[in-house]
Structure formats: C-alpha cells, structure tokens
Write a protein that binds this ligand. Structure first.
Ligand code: ZN
Length: 198
C-alpha cells in the first residue's frame, strides 16, 4: 500500500526524473515511505543540481533530519517576525504576468515572449523593519487580498493606481506580526499569515 502512487516502482520514478541510481541507494529508498522518497528526490535536485547518479551516501545524508534549531543551509524556513512596514515597492498592487513564464510584465509585453495577453494578479513587495533588521516582504494574491481587504476582481475595477493607494493605506506605517518562509542568507520573506498589532 505504501507505494500505491508508484505503480511503476521507485526505480522508474527516479529514472523518470533523469537520474541514475546506485543499487545501494535504491535499496535505502525502497525501505522508505512514499512521501519520504519524494522528499529525498526533491531535496536531491536542490542540493546536488549537477549530479546525475544518486549515491547511497547522499540518500543517507538527505534522510537525516536537520539538527534541531538549525535550518538547512539553502532551504526556506518558517518563522515569525514583528515589525513595521515602511515602504511599498514598485511592481506592487494590481500587476500583469506573462501567461507563459509568469514574469511581471507591463502593457502585455514580456521580455522573453514579446506580445502576450497578460494575466492579472495581485501582489505586494514591501520593506519591513523589525528594529534589528530590514527585509523584503512578498505577499502573493491571497494574502494581499486579505490584508488590503480587496479582491482581484475589485482591484481590476478600481484600477492600478487606486489599488496601490488602498494597499499603502492598509500597510504603510503599521505594525504587524508576520509568519512565513524566510530564505536563509537572503532578505526575502514570503508572507503566509499576517496580523496587525494595534
Ligand atoms: Zn514570458
């Protein structure tokens, strides 16, 4: 039952992802549950982007839980911070994305795909000051809708300038507790939950 979603077996899944695998490594993977195998394969491509053959030693390493209290070097980790939003950056609010590559575009023109039919989206990039450090908050559509109390449909009716103004009024100069994923070593912080502190 554990491998119900691996109808073709783990080996085929591995090969399907473009890897070769050492027999010892395969044995270790076969002893794991399905979810664990996917986790290992996902983190393998992140940790060894150049590798072609999966070795047993690497699988063992990836299966080891990270030391308590210390996030793995390149992965996002979830955390909570408190601070003030001091600025909303360009490219926030009602924006258009390229339907092919998801890039932020202006006037239905993508740098890579030239003329396209842009897809409307809502997002915020904001500067956040915790008193100790500054970071860049990134809000995707759902969190943007929630904190600015505006839906994508309403934003399209309001237009870009009015939407941005509404976001600014909801955020700038206010204190928030924010939970989300911070990339270790970077300053970008993907906001998952946000709560105003009054
Ligand atoms: Zn594009």
């Amino acid at each position: 039952m554990a491998y119900s979603s691996f109808p073709e077996g783990i080996l085929k899944t591995v090969l399907g992802r473009g890897y070769q695998i050492h027999p010892e490594a395969l044995k270790i993977l076969e002893a794991q549950g399905e979810e664990k195998v996917r986790e290992v394969l996902d983190s393998f491509s992140e940790k060894y982007p150049e590798a072609i053959v999966i070795e047993a030693k690497q699988v063992e390493e990836l299966l080891e839980p990270p030391p308590v209290g210390k996030a793995p070097e390149t992965r996002e980790f979830r955390t909570t911070v408190i601070g003030e939003i001091t600025q909303i950056y360009d490219g926030s609010g009602l924006i258009q994305r390229c339907p092919k590559c998801d890039r932020w575009i202006i006037d239905n023109f993508c740098m890579v795909h030239s003329d396209v039919e842009g897809v409307w989206d809502l997002r915020i990039k904001a500067r956040f000051d915790t008193g100790k450090e500054q970071c860049t908050l990134i809000f995707k559509k759902e969190v943007t809708e929630q904190i600015a109390k505006i839906t994508l449909a309403e934003a399209k009716q309001l237009g870009e300038a009015a939407t941005l103004e509404r976001i600014g009024q909801a955020l700038i100069g206010k204190r928030f507790e924010i939970g989300g994923d911070k990339l270790k070593g970077g300053t970008n912080f993907l906001v998952k939950v946000i709560r105003e502190i009054k």
